[in-house]
Ligand binder design. Structure first.
Ligand code: C2E
Ligand code: MG
Ligand code: MG
Ligand code: MG
Length: 291
């Protein structure tokens, strides 16, 4: 299922319907238990400027810790949390943790951005906006370096409602990104109507550019459009150097993906103190592998 959406279309037929209902009860219990015990952890994945190789920021990505201390990826529990209403509690927990962590990152590289994922449902929760405000004030955080990622879904499809809440984020001085752009709902209305500073192009779209000329032309045009509109473009899920080079040629600004790094623990990032990739070296390493 697509991230951040109910994944119930994978359960068709009555047997599957029953198993969906069972799963949603189970995940709700697990999630509520984890919320009570604080059993969530954040990973951080770098976002890299593909022209300079500099790390421009980190995206906070939540994991649930299960009874055996294993980490559970969000695609397992977030779709259920969005249906049962627990998503707001998760987003608040993540916001608390990530905004408390942010000064530690800023001490190492003061211009880093912090990307936070907020469900479209949480965007309409006034408590989220005031929590953001409180942290910015209490910790003197650079608001313009906080990027709130919202996935384009049916929930913000009602442009007027979405716009109202989006504006509150922007009024705090924070920036707004559309996440998973091109993954489904893909409406150009967002780009025209929303106060969006960044467009994150979905991994499924990014991956198509090496095999489909149509996709690569489409992305090229989107990139040009964003340049004209003063929006930063970020390619998600970049694993391959050929794709990286195509993205750069198209004028895409930033990239995120296993080619640079998987999501990591904050302590490992701080210890490594590594904020500059060598793009020429990534090319050379890949060429060596091919030989
Ligand atoms: P997203 O915001 O689009 O995050 C990118 C996802 O792609 C992450 O998955 C990341 O680990 C994965 N990824 C990054 N680079 C690569 C790559 O090169 N190859 C592949 N195959 N995957 C890559 P993750 O961490 O499992 O998160 C999945 C989704 O869960 C996120 O998608 C986001 O929509 C949601 N999510 C994560 N944390 C939160 C949160 O705190 N709140 C909310 N509401 N949603 C969250
Ligand atoms: Mg995201
Ligand atoms: Mg995304
Ligand atoms: Mg995604």
């Amino acid at each position: 299922a697509r991230d951040g959406e109910t994944n119930w279309h994978v359960y068709n037929g009555s047997e599957r319907m029953l198993s969906y209902l069972q799963d949603s009860v189970d995940w709700r219990k697990k999630t509520e238990q984890a919320l009570l015990e604080g059993n969530f952890r954040l990973k951080y994945q770098p976002i890299v400027n593909i022209n300079t190789g500099a790390v421009s920021g980190y995206e906070a990505l939540v994991r649930m810790i299960d009874e055996e201390s294993k980490l559970i990826v969000p695609s397992k529990f977030i779709p259920f949390s969005e249906s049962d209403g627990n998503i707001g509690r998760i987003d608040k927990l993540v916001m608390n943790k990530a905004l408390s962590d942010f000064p530690i990152l800023l001490r190492q590289k003061p211009d880093l951005e912090l990307h936070l994922n907020i469900s479209a449902k949480s965007l309409t929760d006034p408590a989220i906006v005031s929590l953001l405000q409180q942290y910015i004030t209490a910790l003197s955080l650079p608001a313009q370096q906080i990027v709130i990622e919202v996935t384009e879904t049916a929930a913000i499809n009602q442009v007027n409602i979405g716009k109202h809440y989006a504006r509150q984020i922007v009024e705090l001085g924070c920036r707004l990104a559309i996440d998973d752009f091109g993954a489904g709902y893909g409406s150009l209305t967002y780009l025209a109507e929303f106060p969006v500073d960044k467009v994150k192009i979905d991994a499924s779209f990014v991956r198509m550019i090496s095999s489909s000329e149509g996709s690569s032309r489409l992305l090229s045009s989107l990139s040009q459009f964003c340049i004209g509109m003063n929006k930063v473009t970020v390619a998600e899920g970049v694993e391959d150097v050929d794709v990286l080079n195509m993205l750069r040629d198209m004028g895409i600004n930033e990239a995120q993906g296993f080619i640079f790094s998987r999501p990591e623990d904050l302590s490992d990032i701080i210890e490594a103190n590594f904020y500059q990739y060598d793009i020429a070296d990534i090319n050379a390493t890949q060429n060596q592998k091919q030989r």
